[in-house]
Design a protein around this ligand. Sequence first.
Ligand code: PLP
Length: 497
Amino acid sequence: MEFISTRDVTLRLSASEVIKKGLSDDGGLFVPECFPTLSSEQMRALLPMSYQQRATAIMELYLSDYTHEEVEQCVNAAYSTPKFETPDIAHTVKLDNITSVCELWHGPTSAFKDMALQMLPQLLPLAIRKTGEERTVVILVATSGDTGKAALEGFRDVAGTRMVVFYPKDGVSDIQRLQMATQQGENVAVVAIDGNFDNAQSGVKALFSDRELAQRVARDGYLFSSANSINFGRLLPQIVYYFSAYCDLVNSGRLAFGDRVNFAVPTGNFGNILAGYYAMRMGLPVSRLICASNRNNVLTDFFASGTYDRNRPFYLTESPSMDILISSNLERLLFELAGRDDALVREWMSSLAERGTYSVPETVERAAQTVFYGGCCDSAGTSRAIERAYSQYGYTLDPHTAVAFAVAQDYREETGDSTQTVIMSTASPFKFSGSVLSALGRRVAADEFENLAALSELTGLHIPEPMALLQKLPVRFSDVCDKGDMERAVLDILQKK
Ligand SMILES: *Cc1c(COP(=O)(O)O)cnc(C)c1O
């Protein structure tokens, strides 16, 4: 198995090179040269397996320059208890006869980002070794909240790596700030910037593309890399839980083996739902992929019209991890739907960069619509979904998952489709306890820890251990830097130690 770029199909790289590089030099995203498919026998063999065994079986199909033992070791190190609260790792819960929830947030930072960011730090050090890299990899991250903490926790004390995370000083929740400021590990640093998320992101991008800086840090034995969701090493672990959820439904009798299933996915950068599409291409019996957006509904419009247009207002919502107008991973889907025509993808992406918009031909639009349904949900709808799931099923949704719950319901009403549907749940409700309490008609306190306690009291759910401990951990990182000083901040951090 080798990898090609969505913007240059003649390129050929190994899995380890792709994981080390993250992004292709032509600006494209790495994709597998073909989709390995599972026979019915191979699918059946997954049924009795543990999550870890399923993960090994699926990921090794792509990681051809890793040995079976290496993949197995990576998987076992990534997905273990008590790092994950549940031994089944991605736990499914039945809501009614046709609806289940797959909880992807039982990892150390209570968001689904852990599913990938526990695995990537296992794969990357091996990729460094396999590609003969001798420098220390310095991972730079700009975060609006969830990614930063999950990356820090994944990479803490991972040999051969260091990490610097930048977040907007006033742009993250109290819990998210505390999660990062109290981060442990000798190889990590966290810096708040006096600016917004866009400033953090463009600052990090500027550091990546600064050749002079790259040469300067290379002399000290460092190489910059990225852990954001365009790295194939983050996409790959996400394919696993689509297969695993399917197996769990079959094993619990909710689905007959071979029956098709719908997945509803709260979507931002299109990474999670794309993994569902990849699973389908590998032979998983998927009927529809329901792409759920919040008020930033650029994808809903795309699936309805074939035109992607980011020229629109940007809204801050109570599902901040989906507040995004450029869904980077959509490029990988377009590449497949366009028959892997790299010239077309280049054309669309340059139109997006120059004019903020592009339109795909009707054939591509139709191909998208046969698999995907796009829907969106505003703030009031999100609150209603939280309230309804709680009163109807006694189940507590976080605001991101609530968007998917609402859109799945709209889809069902609109189409009459009663296919078994799995809602991909991306965050613990405790991570957004203020919004959840407010949707359930309770008072919201100024102090986040009071809200955690109130939500626990109300729902009978326990506060995830790492979140409960935050109150007691010492703050290690309190530096704030000007948005123009990010290079200086990185150099200072690398100088220490
Ligand atoms: C990142 C994130 C999403 C969006 O996932 P994508 O892969 O970017 O589409 C949804 N919900 C939560 C809680 C997240 O952290």
